[in-house]
Design a protein around this ligand. Structure first.
Ligand code: FAD
Length: 390
C-alpha cells in the first residue's frame, strides 16, 4: 500500500525562494521517491539513479558555497529539505545527509587548490560520498581508531578496516580518518580517497533491521596509496575535523528524524479518521486523540529545536551543544512517535501492508548513528560544565 499523502507543514522559511525550493523537493519526493520506497526497502534496492537526479537538481550540495558548485543555502533551509526527503524515504534523506557530511572536510579544511579540483563534482557533478570514521573496535570511542596511514615519499599508504560505512561499496569518494601519529585524538589525519582506489574493497552490506535500501558495509583498506595532495587539513588535525563535521551532521540526523516522525503521524491521522469502531472513527476517541496530540507536539518541538540550532550555525555562532540536544531530542521523539503510530493502526500497524512498522524500524537507527544518544548526553553535559555554556 502506498504511504499516505503528507500533510502541509507550517514551515518558517527565510525567503520566498526557499519556499519554492521546498515545493520542488516535495514534488520530487512525491513523484520519484515515495511511490517506490516500500518495495525498494523490502528488496534492499539502493536508488543510485535517484541520487544522480538529486545531484543534477542541485540537492546534494545545498549548504555549500556557490563558487564551488554548492547551493549557497542557509542550514535552516537545507535541513528542512532533508526533512522532506526523509519523510518520503529515510534512505534518501540520510543518504543526502551523509553525503554532505563527507563533503565537510574538503569544503571546510581543504586548500583552495583542492577545493577547486574536487568539490564541484562532489557537490553537483553526480558523485556520492561516504564518511569513514567508525571501526569494528572503535565506535563511541572514535579517537581510538586503528586504521593507519604511513608516509611513503609523496604518498600515504592506508591500511585498516572501517565499519558501518553508509554508502560502503557504492560511494565515489570516501572521507577517511586514519592514524598518522601518536595514540589518541591528536594522531589522526583526514584523507579524501577515491571509491575505486586499488586496494579498497567493500564487504557485503550488513543485514539491518531497517533502511535496507541504504548499504552499510565494512571497507577494507589494504595498502591503499593516496598522494599527499589528498590529505585534508594538517597532519594530526583529523579528529577535530571529524568532530566539526559531526556537529553539522547531527543536525541532519535530527531533521531526518523529524521527517520520519511526521510521515508516521500523517499515516496515523489518515488511518484513525477512516477506521470505524463502535460506529465512529477511532480518531474520535479521546484515548487516541490525546496520543495524536502528543505525537504532533513532539514533532513541532523537535523541528523548533533543530531550527534554532541551525540558525545559530547560520549566524556563525557556536552550536555544538544545541546540535547534540537536537539530535538527542528529535531521534528519541521519532522513536516514540513511530511506536505510537503502530499503536494507532492497531493490528494493521504491525503488518508490512502499512509503512508505520518500517518507520519504527528506521527510527531506531537514528538513535545510534553519528554518536549514540548516550554520547549526545555526554556532549551536552560537557558543555554545561564548560565555559561555552555560559
Ligand atoms: C545504520 C548505520 C549507519 C552508520 N553509518 C556510519 C557512517 O557512515 N560512518 C561511520 O563512520 N559510522 C557509521 N555508523 C556507526 C555509528 O556511528 C556507530 O554505530 C556509533 O557511533 C556507535 O558505535 P558502536 O556501534 O561501536 O557502539 P559502541 O560504541 O560499542 O557502544 C555500545 C553501547 O555502549 C554505549 N556507550 C559507549 N560508550 C559510552 C559511554 N562513555 N557512556 C555511556 N554509554 C556508552 C553506547 O551508547 C551503546 O549503547 C553507522 C551505524 C549504523 C547503525
Amino acid at each position: 500500500m502506498p504511504d499516505s499523502v503528507p500533510q502541509p507543514v507550517d514551515r518558517q522559511l527565510p525567503t520566498e525562494e526557499s519556499g519554492e525550493l521546498i515545493a520542488l523537493v516535495r514534488d520530487i519526493a512525491q513523484r520519484e521517491i515515495a511511490p517506490r520506497a516500500a518495495e525498494e526497502e523490502e528488496s534492499g534496492h539502493f536508488p543510485r539513479k535517484l541520487f544522480s537526479l538529486l545531484s543534477s537538481s542541485g540537492l546534494l550540495g545545498l549548504p555549500y558555497a556557490g563558487e564551488h558548485g554548492g547551493g549557497d543555502q542557509p542550514y535552516e533551509v537545507y535541513l528542512q529539505v532533508l526533512e522532506e526527503l526523509a519523510a518520503a524515504r529515510l534512505t534518501v534523506g540520510l543518504g543526502v545527509s551523509v553525503h554532505s557530511l563527507a563533503c565537510h572536510a574538503l569544503a571546510g579544511y581543504g586548500s583552495e587548490e583542492q577545493r577547486a579540483k574536487w568539490l564541484p563534482d562532489m557537490l553537483g557533478g553526480g558523485l556520492l560520498g561516504a564518511y569513514c570514521l567508525s571501526e569494528p573496535s572503535s565506535g563511541s570511542d572514535a579517537a581510538s581508531l586503528r586504521t593507519r596511514a604511513v608516509r611513503d615519499g609523496e604518498d600515504w599508504i592506508i591500511t585498516g578496516t572501517k565499519a558501518w560505512i553508509t554508502h560502503g561499496g557504492v560511494a565515489d569518494f570516501c572521507t577517511v580518518l586514519a592514524r598518522t601519529g601518536e595514540e589518541g585524538a591528536r594522531g589522526i589525519t583526514a584523507f579524501l580517497v577515491p571509491g575505486d582506489a586499488p586496494g579498497l574493497e567493500a564487504a557485503l552490506p550488513e543485514k539491518k533491521m531497517g533502511m535496507k535500501g541504504s548499504p552499510t558495509a565494512q571497507l577494507h583498506f589494504d595498502g591503499v596509496r593516496v598522494p599527499d595532495a589528498r590529505r585534508l587539513g594538517e597532519e594530526g588535525q583529523g579528529f577535530a575535523i571529524a568532530l566539526s563535521a559531526l556537529d553539522s551532521g547531527r543536525l541532519g540526523i535530527a531533521a531526518c528524524a523529524v521527517g520520519v516522525a511526521q510521515a508516521a503521524l500523517d499515516e496515523a491521522l489518515g488511518y484513525a479518521t477512516g477506521r470505524l469502531q463502535f460506529g465512529r472513527p477511532v480518531a474520535d476517541f479521546q484515548g487516541l486523540r490525546f496520543m495524536l496530540a502528543d505525537m504532533a507536539t513532539r514533532i513541532e518541538a523537535g523541528r523548533a529545536l533543530y531550527l534554532s540550532a541551525a540558525r545559530l550555525r547560520d549566524a556563525g555562532r557556536p552550536f555544538s551543544r544545541q546540535a547534540a540536544m537536537a539530535k538527542l531530542f528529535c531521534t528519541d521523539a521519532a522513536m516514540s512517535v513511530t511506536i505510537d503510530a503502530v499503536q494507532v493502526l492497531g493490528g494493521y500497524g504491525y503488518t508490512a501492508d502499512f509503512p508505520v512498522e518500517r518507520y519504527m524500524r528506521e527510527a531506531k537507527a537514528l538513535q545510534i548513528v553519528e554518536g549514540t544518544n548516550q554520547i549526545q548526553r555526554m556532549v551536552i553535559a560537557r558543555h554545561l560544565a564548560g565555559p561555552e555554556s555560559r
